[in-house]
Design a protein around this ligand. Structure first.
Ligand code: GLC
Length: 555
């Protein structure tokens, strides 16, 4: 049944409005050949699983040729597949097998930087007059011989490295093995667009764009995000590549505000479909130590942020909804209770997110409630950011125990431990030794167990994903928040013409007694619940720990 957005002057209807995206981190998803590293044939072998879950799109983290200094976010050949992941033939087969199941593949477009092993960089560093010199950002040393300015790398330390061959510094806003491309050079942009078209012609369904808010940077003024040419470049990219193709594009934009999100994703802007904003993530961080010292969880703050974004993009633009990705801790560990109320809290979080307006993104393993990893020694971590931070923080005098506590709460490896398929060795991820250890809870938290249990987190996700396809109110309904200041419950409504969806969710590990606003008192049909179906909203309600319901009523 085609979805009609009744009386909806707001959004042109797009196929990705009803879609749910599933992010695969190839290295950790499924290893088909026993080398301990997940690969493309492994992903293909799990397509039936993803089809049963009901997802429409797979976003693949980078699969390109790479020395893997940053797990593939350091690309040395944009048109080749990393041998540990497979071949182009494997990729083409994945695309066609996925398509046969109604699933599209979107690729990670990493074009703010390349690997230092990319031929462009190898040539660029040879001589100041090399034709590829301007593909990257080179500057002479400051008067004292030090870096040209104070720009810092996101992974710690200066963003400049001195290259002895020419005695100049090159810019890397991430690791020194990820030199930044010079987007001011039209030849760079033309090469990238050509490469994008090459992949689009292979039948992909879109791109997730890595740190795309960086590409308009103005190095000499130390402006990194939202530089003056950012939106010109995106318009140019759109016109030169996907503008006339019906694909999904989502930008990773840590700097996005509701205002800039409208620039990226506004109806008439001809830029992107949507962007990931991170305000709900960064809001929980310490002002000085950032994510390494998260603040106590603050639901009222979280609701304010979600509400602000829901309202700001209500008439134009579009939200990308997510709790987790390969850079963030596991959602149930961060926002729920992974020990006391694992199943209830994972389902509650899914309910709250999937019934908002926007396109939901599920990070691999989230659908079975995978949790943070209890590492005990620095030798178990693999993530370049965590290892860099460890070095810097040890130098600064932090105790090893304190560092590990922080890394286990916030480090990126939490999301990167292997997918837990079943209760056999290494969770069924690999017959060899996995590149990073499997979370020891795989015996109970695994896909096989989840799929056979009617009441599992997995089945809850499946229902939510299906609801979006069945009820236009989930897709287009207007958002309204209730009980804004309540510290423990998240209540909102979505209204479309004569239909209203009421979502009530508790973030508390104990009972909450609630007095509901008069306007919400209603009887209806319960679409989703994590204890029992509730058919009405009453003046006094008692919510059990992490209880959540979605009730369909008349408006
Ligand atoms: C993005 C990616 C992250 C990567 C970084 C540099 O933030 O999500 O994983 O390390 O960009 O490419």
């Amino acid at each position: 049944m085609p979805l009609v957005a009744p009386d909806n002057p707001v959004h042109d209807i797009k196929w990705w409005h009803t879609a749910t995206v599933y992010q695969v981190y190839p290295r950790s998803f499924c290893d088909s050949d026993g080398d301990g590293i997940g690969d493309i044939p492994g992903i293909t072998s799990r397509l039936d699983y993803l089809q049963r879950l009901g997802i429409d799109i797979i976003w693949l983290s980078p699969i390109y040729q790479s020395p893997m200094d940053g797990n593939g976010y350091d690309i040395s050949d944009y048109r080749a597949v990393a041998p540990e992941f497979g071949t182009l033939g494997h990729f083409d087969r994945l695309v066609s097998e996925a398509r046969a199941r109604g699933i599209g593949i979107i690729l990670d477009l990493v074009v703010n930087h390349t690997s230092d092993e990319h031929p462009w960089f190898l040539l660029s560093r040879q001589a100041t007059d090399n034709p590829f010199r301007d593909f990257y950002v080179w500057r002479k040393p400051a008067d004292d011989g030090g870096p040209p300015n104070d720009l810092q790398s996101s992974f710690g330390g200066p963003a400049w490295t001195l290259d002895p061959t020419t005695g100049e510094y090159y810019l890397h806003l991430f690791s020194r093995r990820q030199p930044d491309l010079n987007w001011e050079n039209p030849k760079v942009r033309a090469e990238i667009y050509e490469m994008m078209n090459w992949w689009l012609d292979r039948g992909i369904a879109g791109f997730r764009m890595d740190v795309i808010d960086y590409i308009g940077k103005e190095v000499d003024r130390e402006v990194v995000t939202d530089g003056p040419h950012l939106h010109d470049y995106l318009k140019e990219m759109n016109a030169s590549t996907f503008g006339d193709r019906d694909i999904l594009t989502v930008g990773e934009t840590w700097s996005a505000t509701p205002g800039s999100a409208l620039l990226y994703s506004g109806r008439d802007r001809k830029e992107l479909s949507m962007v990931f904003q991170f305000e709900h993530v960064t809001q929980q961080w310490d002002a000085v130590y950032g994510k390494w010292r998260p603040k106590p969880f603050d639901l009222a703050g979280l609701k304010t942020v979600f509400g602000k974004w829901q309202l700001a993009l209500a008439r134009d633009g579009w939200n990308a909804l997510f709790w987790g990705n390969h850079d963030l801790p596991r959602a149930v560990s961060r926002y729920g209770d992974a020990t006391g109320f694992h199943s209830q809290s994972a389902k509650m979080l899914a309910t709250v997110l999937h019934l908002l307006k926007g396109t939901p993104f599920v990070y691999q393993g989230e659908e079975i409630g995978m949790t943070n990893m209890p590492f005990t020694s620095i030798n178990q971590y693999r993530d370049i950011e965590t290892l860099n931070m460890h070095r810097l923080q040890m130098e600064a005098g932090l105790s090893p125990e304190e560092f590990i506590r922080g890394a286990n709460e916030s480090g990126r490896d939490n999301a990167r431990t292997p997918m837990q398929w079943n209760a056999t060795q290494h969770g069924g991820f690999s017959s060899g030794t996995p590149w990073i250890e499997v979370n020891p809870n795989y015996a109970t938290v695994n896909a096989e167990a989840a799929m056979t249990d009617e009441g599992s987190i997995w089945n809850h996700y499946r229902k939510l994903i299906a609801l979006r396809k069945m009820h236009p109110v989930v897709v287009y309904g207007d958002y309204q928040p209730w009980l804004d200041h309540h510290p423990d419950v998240f209540v909102y409504t979505r209204t479309l013409e004569e239909v209203r969806l009421i979502v009530v969710a508790s973030f508390r590990p104990s009972e909450v007694c609630l007095t509901m606003p008069m306007e919400l008192l209603a009887v209806g049909k319960c679409l989703i619940w994590n204890y029992e179906a509730v058919d009405r909203v009453e003046t006094e309600m008692v919510l059990r720990p992490y209880e959540a319901i979605g009730l369909l009523t008349d408006a």
